[in-house]
Design a protein around this ligand. Structure first.
Ligand code: ADP
Length: 197
């Protein structure tokens, strides 16, 4: 089975593109959602988070996202610590999930793919690209957040132009180019690649 990553900055349209793949029957592992579940449920990860960031990181057993966000958005070292705790468990969960799927290929969707070091396990990577001004507008509308907040979140991610150069395929989601034909073209390519593997 081929393992394909799908990445792109916040607001690029990863979720929309992943949903199109899902609608044609391709299983998608949402790594960002899995990471959230792991932080709330995996006892080993929870213990490590408490050791690294203090007991305030959980309130009534639930992750205190605001507290954690405040720490990691102001301290790069803390962000690296958080990633070092959560990413290995998320990668493992993704591999276990993949083993249970019955499909010529599967997708792993993640905002941070290169940053998280999980790109190494993947056969190909799709980048979803949208210009920054469009991404900002989309996220402000989707999440009801301020421009500054969106810019803060973006500043923690690798520059999009660089990220797209690291991808094997790029889907353009600039609101002009149609998405479905681009997905179908890639689907055909992946089916061929899966046959050849
Ligand atoms: P990501 O998962 O990369 O953060 P999403 O797929 O959630 O991005 O897209 C961000 C927001 O922009 C969502 O509300 C989505 O509905 C909207 N969006 C994405 N692509 C398009 C598009 N081509 N046309 C209109 N709205 C779009």
């Amino acid at each position: 089975m081929l393992k394909i990553g799908i990445t792109g900055g916040i607001g690029s349209g990863k979720s929309i593109v992943s949903n199109i793949f899902k609608s044609i029957g391709i299983p998608v592992f949402d790594a960002d959602q899995a990471a959230k579940n792991i932080m709330n449920e995996d006892a080993n990860v929870k213990n490590k988070l408490i050791k690294a960031f203090g007991s305030e990181v959980f309130v009534d057993g639930k992750l205190n996202r605001q507290y954690l966000a405040n720490i990691v958005f102001t301290d790069t070292y803390a962000l690296e610590k958080l990633n070092a705790i959560v990413h290995p468990a998320t990668i493992k969960a993704g591999l276990q999930w993949a083993e249970k799927q019955n499909s010529p290929y599967i997708l792993r969707e993640a905002a941070l793919l290169f940053e998280a070091g999980s790109a190494a396990d993947l056969d190909f990577i799709i980048g979803v690209y949208a210009p920054q001004h469009i991404r900002i507008q989309r996220v402000m509308k989707r999440d009801g957040t301020s421009r500054q907040e969106v810019l803060n979140r973006m500043s923690k991610q690798i520059d999009e132009e660089i990220k797209m150069k690291l991808c094997d395929f790029v889907i353009i989601n600039d609101g002009q180019k149609e998405l479905i034909p681009q997905v179908i073209d890639l689907h055909k390519i992946f089916l061929e690649k899966a046959k050849a593997k």
